[in-house]
Design a protein around this ligand. Structure first.
Ligand SMILES: [Zn+2]
Length: 52
């Protein structure tokens, strides 16, 4: 489920991440490649885990 851009410095885990959505499909790869998690995805994750 994790994906990243070949040109980006981070990986994403949510499809509704607006930064992840900007990745062109030709640059999109699955996995994390050891990159840090995207800040926006982290925010979404924190929100979901808090339940509200
Ligand atoms: Zn993201």
């Amino acid at each position: 489920m994790a994906y990243y851009s070949e040109k980006g410095a981070v990986y994403h885990i949510y499809k509704n991440c607006s930064l992840g959505n900007n990745i062109e499909s030709k640059n999109r790869k699955s996995g994390t490649r050891g990159k840090p998690l995207c800040k926006l995805c982290k925010k979404i994750k924190d929100k979901k885990e808090r339940g509200k």
